[in-house]
Design a protein around this ligand. Structure first.
Ligand code: ATP
Length: 261
């Protein structure tokens, strides 16, 4: 039987006195496209940031491809992972943020080549060749020499996707990647996600308020509330026939706000 590519086991996370996650467990299978939905503040972004090692966990375990993320084997047991282990594990995962986070003082192509050159020691010529392929895939090769300030939000986000792909991650995390975009630019970014879905075998986790997209794109939808998975299922079941009252209320509000489900 295929093993999960991500195995989250009873993780907890607090910020000060505020407990965001309390014993959360979930698994993701290789190639799976997962949508994480739920009200603001329910912990969705925190889960992605923990997987990306941008936040630490207080308790529990996470395994990526069967290898511990925050722990490493030592003397027959497990100890806290050191920076070297975290750096190695981080390369399996790429993340795209709501606010692009491009390096403003670097050109588009330099944004994409930086990580492979710095973290993997890839030579500039090879890194640029690969970067141009990735920029071509997201429809941005003509802007390779441009600076981020010269780009629209949708273009910046497509560059951010190319940059995240440059380390050839097996897992891609998308954190509300269209939320900061003008409505007419949303489609161009969603089209890139479709392309990644069709042309790569990456595992993709998507936090989104675009319910229509989550419905069409995801293999499985997880509905979160207060750091817990309230309900999960196939998109058709989740959106047309949610079982839990909390899910029903959330989706009613979303529909009332004019979002397609
Ligand atoms: N660095 C931090 N310091 C303090 N509190 C934080 C921090 N990061 C997140 N939180 C709090 O943790 C809770 C969960 O946040 P998170 O961003 O994971 O929720 P979310 O479900 O992604 O919501 P949204 O859809 O608004 O992004 C929120 O109440 C948030 O204010």
């Amino acid at each position: 039987m295929t093993e999960p590519i991500i195995k989250i086991d009873a993780i907890s996370k607090s910020f000060g006195n505020f407990q965001v996650l309390d014993g959360l467990s979930m698994q993701v299978m290789p190639r799976e496209k997962l949508a994480l939905i739920g009200p603001s503040g329910s912990g969705k972004t925190t889960i992605l940031r923990i997987l990306m090692t941008l936040e630490r966990i207080d308790a529990g375990h996470i395994a990526i491809e069967g290898e511990q993320l925050y722990h490493m084997p030592k003397n027959g047991g497990l100890v806290a992972a050191d920076e070297r282990h975290l750096t190695k594990m981080r390369q399996k995962i790429g993340m795209v943020f709501q606010l692009f986070n491009l390096f403003p003082h670097m050109s588009v192509i330099d944004n994409v080549t930086l990580a492979p050159m710095l973290t993997k020691g890839v030579a500039r010529a090879a890194a640029e060749k690969r970067a141009m392929e990735l920029l071509d895939m997201v429809g941005m090769s003509e802007k390779a020499k441009a600076m981020p300030a010269q780009l629209s939000g949708g273009q910046k986000q497509r560059v951010a996707i190319a940059r995240a792909l440059a380390l050839q991650p097996k897992i891609m995390l998308f954190d509300e990647v269209t939320s900061a975009l003008d409505p007419e630019l949303v489609e161009e970014v969603l089209n890139v996600l479709w392309k990644l879905c069709a042309e790569t075998d990456m595992t993709m986790l998507l936090v989104t308020h675009e319910m229509g997209f989550a419905h069409d794109f995801a293999d499985r939808v997880l509905f979160f509330d207060r750091g817990k998975i309230v309900e999960e299922g196939k998109p058709d079941e989740m959106f047309s026939n949610p079982k839990q009252e909390r899910t029903q209320t959330f989706l009613r509000k979303i529909i009332a706000a004019g979002h397609r489900v």
